[in-house]
Design a protein around this ligand. Sequence first.
Ligand SMILES: Nc1ncnc2c1ncn2[C@@H]1O[C@H](COP(=O)(O)OP(=O)(O)O)[C@@H](O)[C@H]1O
Ligand SMILES: [Mg+2]
Length: 265
Amino acid sequence: MRSNGSSLVLAFSGKGGTGKTMLTTVLIKVLREETHKKILAVDADPAVSLPISLGIREYESVGHLREEMKADSRKRVPTLKGIHHASTMFEYQLLQSMVEAEGYSLLVMGRPEGPGCYCPSNHIIRSAIDTLSKAFDFCVIDCEAGMEHLSRRTTRGVDIMFIVTDPSAKGVATAKVVKDLTKEMKEESGVEIAEMYGIINRVEPAMGPPVAEKLKQYGIEPIGILPPDPYVTQFDIEGRSLLELPADSTTVQGVKEVLRKLEIL
Ligand SMILES: Nc1ncnc2c1ncn2[C@@H]1O[C@H](COP(=O)(O)OP(=O)(O)O)[C@@H](O)[C@H]1O
Ligand SMILES: [Mg+2]
């Protein structure tokens, strides 16, 4: 087990439709069942689909929070639920927007409301991750492909970034773009992504190794090769939470294997 005394921030990126949200959910499932530690799930994709995957129907996104509240630190603010202490109005609002589910908490970023571009919200996402991740053992972020919200200075980097791809040339090309972007981010703004691994998802076993080879050529170390999972398809059809996937699901087994390789389990 890794233990550096602080929280471990894990994030999923990659082309749309490759399985980021599905894998975020399965990762949360496995961490919840195997570690019993405090987990924060963050839906940082403006398209918002993590709550559905987790089986959560009611939530409030934080896209509407105003950045100005951050500066409001001298005002007295209430404390929520004992374990969390809000020191600013911004933090208080963040904590209020958090869904407390069984074995994990969920924060949904969503889209900012009202006029203005997406940038203020990006700042909010970074602040939220910085602020909240400290109170949790694991912070698992379902990103959009571009990772815009991570691309400026944040005090808290990402410890492990999983770049998810399907076997398609497009998926692998996007993986390379994401990798190059993280390099730029580090050079331009010092945002640190400590470790980065590729996960090839929904690939017939025979096709896995050649795709893994391509990722390696791009300097992305493949850490998992996952086949199409009939359970996931079945759960999708039935609209069931992927947290309920059975232990013999190839995805559950594959994610466990990845976490063992990383010495998280
Ligand atoms: N290995 C797999 N086997 C079967 N279905 C999968 C697999 N991986 C992903 N899916 C399904 O494909 C769809 C797209 O996955 P999703 O996680 O939403 O992608 P993303 O978040 O990257 O856009 C979802 O319905 C998901 O459940
Ligand atoms: Mg998604």
